[in-house]
Write a protein that binds this ligand. Structure first.
Ligand code: WTA
Length: 651
């Protein structure tokens, strides 16, 4: 309990001026929040009027929890188009306003796209998709760097009713192929090459490799020429965008979509080796991200907003693309990384474009904090008025640095907790309504009813598994082609409640403090990676007999991967083998999943029934080996001492 009490100590409040201008003040929150929980139909029915409909909905909410199943539907019978809401809707008043600012990897190289230009580019792109026979509900995979064409591609799919699946550009050909096969994509959109931190990312080459893998059935590849280098192009199959661009019309009719028609699939890690295709639909998702964007970031017309996430993750979908554009905002997209050419890159961009709202991940904040204040101080950041954090718990030290040095003690910080499956922000402090507490994700957003339950499913007050009661419009509807897994993963553990997989504390002010995942998912630099995925990549090496993966606390990444490996008989552990094993993970998943530490061990600790005791390995990886608890149930308890010895030598 002491821990929990301490969490109440430090609080921060937005300035009087900020509060006076904010959309939601304390009293508004209290009243509206109650309304949203007591009468969700009324609340969301009103909020949904803020988006444009071709035909209005007849029922706001239709959610049924059954035994071993559930169905979620919002805004039934409504017809709309998401691309219309993000573009056409604004053309009357904002055709010449900037929709996108695209900042390249190298400084001094940015471009601005107005809403009219966004319209034209998206239409051209949509026409090309149609010309290549892409129809409503077809799946299109997007494998792109962080450039404006990635946004055009997403909105082009939405315009014609195709379902996009954006795959993070850092994933390997194998990981890409797995995702192409799962949703049976016939078309992929990519670039010849991407650039990040001065390095070339061979995207088209990766696509070529992925397309050789058995089961992939892609008929066409659309390729943007982003760098000057040429790449292999297969006649018939591959289309260079710039070669056909002139033939494409700048208008394209929107496809009328049902409220529950799918908008996108986004693959994310779970506790098995196979990634899950989280599926979001059109109306509920749009209503939720549009509203949460406006109120959480307190976005006002004319503000310049920048979210540094990658479009390959959900944050990029909801808060670079759909939330901001649905509000007619100016949203910045940056191809590069925070430390290239040096650790001032973020601050230089903020200063150059007079960014008002800045949203990033704790890993980036910790990296830049370590680099030193001088990188921040040399730029004028006076345009900043609000800061945001997402993706992992932010430790108070990093929070305070962000607040003092980046925000100059003048910008409220919204620490936003949410997930791929939730579609949008679920817990946060609203900047004009709430005190902020470093290290706490704050209070529920409207319509969100979070509770904590113990392992037996009983509701508890201060510490437990974080669940959400009932439904909200931005909630994922299913896992692509696997509704059973959807139910089992999220609704089976605690019936009739969505289980997030996170644990949390709740303090006496009702603020939530996320304490981490309770499942086999790790959070490495804000990226979700399943232990099973990494283990299966490790055992794909012919040298590896067995692997167990855990995470441990890391100063910069939040968590880092620690792999315990048993080699095949007669294989000697040496640098070469280590390199090859790491290369296997890079090949199967990508660099983000390569373990920070690999430890070889003649055996792994097992129970008598043969299960690896990860609990023990987790403790060893975290240097807590003095207190391993009861290990008498192990079949081979003698290996533990050896593993500890080798661990001590390694670190
Ligand atoms: C973690 C990212 C603490 C959490 C939007 C969650 C956070 C997982 C926060 C989802 C936060 C996200 N504080 N932890 N503010 N935001 N997380 O699906 O463990 O990539 O379950 O969505 O990130 O990651 P995902």
């Amino acid at each position: 309990m002491k821990d929990l009490e301490n969490k109440n100590d430090l609080t921060f409040k937005a300035s009087k001026d900020f509060i006076a201008k904010s959309y939601i003040k304390k009293d508004d929150y209290d009243t509206l929040y109650k309304e949203s929980i007591n009468d969700p139909e009324k609340f969301w029915g009103e909020m949904a009027k803020k988006i444009s409909w071709i035909k209005p909905y007849s029922k706001v909410k239709d959610v049924s929890f059954q035994k071993n199943d559930l169905h979620i539907s919002w805004f039934k019978n409504g017809i709309l188009n998401v691309s219309y809401n993000c573009i056409d809707k604004h053309l009357k008043t904002k055709a010449n306003d900037i929709a996108l600012i695209c900042e390249a990897d190298e400084p001094g190289n940015s471009k601005k796209i107005t809403y009219q230009q966004l319209h034209d580019e998206v239409c051209k792109f949509a026409n090309l998709l149609k010309y290549n026979n892409v129809k409503k509900h077809d799946r299109v995979t997007i494998y792109m760097p962080m450039i404006c064409e990635a946004v055009f591609a997403m909105l082009a799919c939405a315009r014609i009713g195709a379902i996009h699946s954006v795959v993070f550009g850092g994933f390997s050909p194998e990981a890409l192929a797995q995702r192409l096969i799962d949703c049976d994509s016939k078309l992929i959109i990519t670039c010849n090459e991407g650039k990040r931190g001065g390095k070339i990312i061979p995207l088209k080459n990766n696509v070529d490799e992925a397309l050789k893998i058995k089961g992939v059935d892609v008929k066409n590849v659309i390729v943007f020429k982003h760098t000057s280098n040429d790449v292999n192009m297969e006649k018939q199959r591959d289309i260079y965008y710039h070669e056909v661009e002139k033939t494409l019309k700048k208008t394209c009719e929107i496809e009328p979509m049902e409220a529950e028609d799918p908008l996108f699939i986004l693959y994310t890690s779970g506790s098995t080796g196979k990634p899950k295709g989280v599926l979001h639909t059109s109306a509920g998702y749009l209503v939720y991200v549009a509203l949460s964007f406006k109120w959480v970031f307190d976005y006002k017309d004319g503000d310049i907003y920048w979210c540094t996430a990658d479009v390959g993750w959900v944050t990029g979908h909801s808060y670079i693309v759909y939330g901001p554009l649905a509000n007619g905002a100016t949203t910045l997209i940056f191809e590069g990384m925070p430390t290239y050419p040096d650790a001032s890159r973020f601050w230089q961009i903020c200063s150059e474009h007079k960014v008002n709202i800045f949203y990033t991940a704790p890993t980036a904040i910790r990296t830049l904090m370590k680099a030193g204040n001088e990188y921040v101080k040399k730029y004028d950041l006076s345009a900043l008025k609000l800061l945001g954090s997402v993706g992992e718990p932010i430790n108070p030290k990093a929070w305070l640095w962000y607040y003092d040095i980046v925000g100059n003690k003048n910008c409220p910080i919204v620490d936003t907790w949410w997930q791929t499956e939730t579609g949008g922000i679920m817990l946060t402090s609203l900047p004009g309504a709430h005190l902020q507490k470093p290290g706490s994700a704050g209070l529920p957003f409207f319509g969100i009813n979070p509770i904590l339950v113990n392992d037996s499913g009983e509701e508890v007050n201060d510490s437990g598994n974080l669940c959400i009661k009932d439904s909200w419009p931005g909630q994922a509807r299913t896992l692509y082609n696997n509704h059973k897994r959807f139910y089992e993963t999220y609704f089976q553990a605690f019936p009739n409640k969505y289980f997030s997989g996170d644990s949390a504390l709740k303090d006496s002010d009702g603020y939530f403090h996320i304490t981490g995942r309770v499942d086999d998912v790790m959070n490495i630099s804000g990226h979700r990676i399943g232990t099973a995925e990494v283990e299966s990549a490790l055992v794909s090496s012919p040298y590896v007999a067995e692997a167990a993966v855990v995470s441990y606390a890391h100063d910069i990444k939040g968590e880092a991967i620690y792999a315990f490996i048993t080699l095949m008989k007669d294989v000697k552990d040496c640098e070469e083998i280590l390199k090859e094993i790491k290369a296997c993970v890079k090949k199967e998943i990508g660099s983000i999943a390569v373990p920070e530490i690999i430890q070889f061990s003649p055996a792994l600790p097992r129970t008598r029934s043969g299960k690896i005791m990860r609990r023990i390995l987790r403790k060893i990886a975290s240097n807590e080996y003095e207190d391993l608890g009861d290990i008498s149930t192990l079949a081979n308890s003698s290996v533990v001492a050896d593993i500890i010895e080798v661990h001590k030598e390694l670190i």
